[in-house]
Write a protein that binds this ligand. Structure first.
Ligand code: PDD
Length: 281
């Protein structure tokens, strides 16, 4: 596998990273996951904008964005990926001389790492829907930053996989925030609900795309937190992300929704999403 590491394309086993990289020491870094449709990066500008915002909020001084898009296409080519790709891009504050919590005295060069892998969506999950479990949201209060500091969601997602669920949906103070790596949507009386943009959720690009569809097709939607105890008053649920696209949720813990069938609005939005991505060049 060929990756991009700092200023070079390298075979993955030729990459070496100092244990004094602050990404290693403190998870002091940010990232993006981007995918292609028809071999073209989907919503690249939105991902770039979010990356810039994450860097600004974490005060990581990186501004060499111009060549990133071409580098990504070059890695895809160098790895001979003929189908769709999933791109992982990470920037850390860089390598330091010694471990101190505050930023180092010396100026560091941020570490840039980009890898790609072939990506295949899970058609079965998307047509049949998935089970999710509810877990307490024990993350920090800046979930709007796409930080690599992900231990709370690693643990929640592990719990989900041990319970044969595709995702853990996080609950903070009785309110649903989002999934460990997805945004969460619910439908009631033909109105689509999702948590509002705030410091408690990541401003997902797929979430944005879905809300754009709702606007375009004059579907009612509300950006409001859903109370966990109110879940049973909703009739459809789905999760969104770069990797899950729009995946119906047909079971929450032990509650089977709508006899395990994906809902009508969910399916309508899924088909618009499919059309838009199929036509993406
Ligand atoms: N995760 N919420 C969280 C906490 C996420 O980590 C993600 C994305 C999303 C959905 O965002 P988007 O639609 O822009 O992918 C919501 C990516 C896929 C990841 O962790 O790799």
């Amino acid at each position: 596998m060929i990756v991009y590491f700092n200023n070079d394309f390298k075979l993955i086993n030729e990459v070496s990273l100092s244990p004094f990289d602050r990404g290693f020491l403190f998870a002091d870094g940010v990232y993006e996951s981007i995918r292609t449709y028809n071999r073209k990066l989907f919503r690249y500008e939105d991902h770039l904008e979010r990356l810039k915002r994450s860097l600004k909020e974490t005060r990581i001084d990186f501004d060499n964005f111009n060549s990133i898009k071409n580098i990504i296409y070059d890695i895809i080519k160098k790895n001979n990926i003929e189908k769709e790709s999933l791109v992982y891009l990470q920037i850390t504050r860089g390598s330091v001389q010694q471990r101190t919590h505050s930023f180092p005295m010396e100026k560091t060069t941020p570490t840039l790492f980009i890898s790609v892998k072939e990506f295949k969506e899970d058609n079965e999950e998307q047509s049949k829907g998935v089970k999710v479990i509810l877990q307490e949201d024990v993350r920090w209060l800046r979930c709007d930053i796409k930080s690599t500091s992900l231990l709370p969601v690693v643990l929640a997602n592990q719990k989900a996989s041990e319970e044969d669920a595709a995702e853990a949906i996080l609950v903070r103070d009785g309110m649903i925030t989002e999934g460990t790596h997805t945004n969460f949507f619910a439908v009631k009386d033909e109105t689509v609900f999702t948590a509002p943009k705030s410091r408690l959720i990541l401003d997902g690009i797929t979430r944005k795309v879905v809300l754009e569809f709702c606007e375009k097709f004059k579907m009612d939607f509300k950006e409001e937190f859903i109370d966990k105890d109110d879940l049973k008053n909703f009739t459809e649920f789905f999760i969104t992300s770069t990797t899950k696209e729009l995946t119906p949720v047909t079971m929450i813990d032990y509650w089977q929704i709508n006899n395990g069938e994906p809902g009508k609005i969910t399916k309508a939005l899924q088909s618009v999403f499919k059309k838009v991505t199929e036509d993406h060049y």
